[in-house]
Design a binder for this molecule. Sequence first.
Ligand code: UDP
Ligand code: MG
Length: 320
Amino acid sequence: MTIPKLMIVIPAYNEEEMLNKSLGEIDEVLTTLIKHGEVASSSKLLVVNDGSADLTWQIITDNAAKNEHITGINFSRNFGHQNAIIGGLTAALDYGDIFITIDADLQDDINAIYEMVQQYHAGYDVVYGVRNSRKTDTAFKRTTAESFYTLMKKIGVEMVPDSADYRLMSKRAVEHLLEYKESNLFLRGIVPKIGFPSTKVYYARKPREAGTSKYPLKKMLLFAWDGITSFSVAPMRLILSLGIITVFISIVMTLYTLVQHVGGNTKDGWSSLMVSLWFIGGVQLVSLSVLGEYIGKVFNEVKHRPRFIIQDNLLDGANK
Ligand code: UDP
Ligand code: MG
């Protein structure tokens, strides 16, 4: 049996403060794996520069010039974390047999890579990195994350709780992942859908050592909203029940008004009119916005825009 080639895909956006250190440490892990004959000596770290405005690409090319384990691709602009992962996997596909995606900030314990590779050799196609504690997260991030997973489960989206985009995939898993062409990418929801034997590896997630999180609250909420509406029409169903309830209330209200009218105690009706007007107006607005969300998603998908554009590719001309 030939030794499999490992490609570690690392998305990086404005990571100049961390990148040298991260690449050094991840390369150590790779070197150890190579030494033990677990992966081929031609295995590589593929760093994806996602349109950074700082020296990130410079650092990648410098490292690539010094170290044959390191290579990179350079996006023409910022396409976002999920697209950076997809772009990296696309570029790496022909060069590897095993693929690991990991963030550039070393928040995910790189020692889990050893166990992931072991699980690959044990026959698993997908190995999820799952954090075993959220001690380092703020209480706020912890609660919001928990409610998010609960909500996703309720509306029927299968996800591996507390797994982010730190995972190993076999070549066939990546090939099938790349068949999901949606522009609103939510990898955590898609990867479980491709099937194949999968397992988990637990690790502790550390706080970021340097640089800043590229997921401020607003982006995090948008990401969660994308996750919900990309996989489920539950919000639309919710609107349907809201509508039914509203109709029911209106019927009761009408009956009540009729009875009052027949009884001769009709008020001038201004308050009830205003209340129902506002209420129905509100329900309609909510419904419209949810509909709009889905129409917007359809709009985005039918455009079939590229999810990333590669400007430079250090893999060009490399041996496959
Ligand atoms: N990232 C990226 N493009 C972006 C935003 C982030 O490639 O537009 C990368 C970033 O460099 C890091 C990873 O995605 O390697 C995760 O980002 P970050 O650490 O900021 O997210 P957090 O850990 O705070 O959720
Ligand atoms: Mg991070």
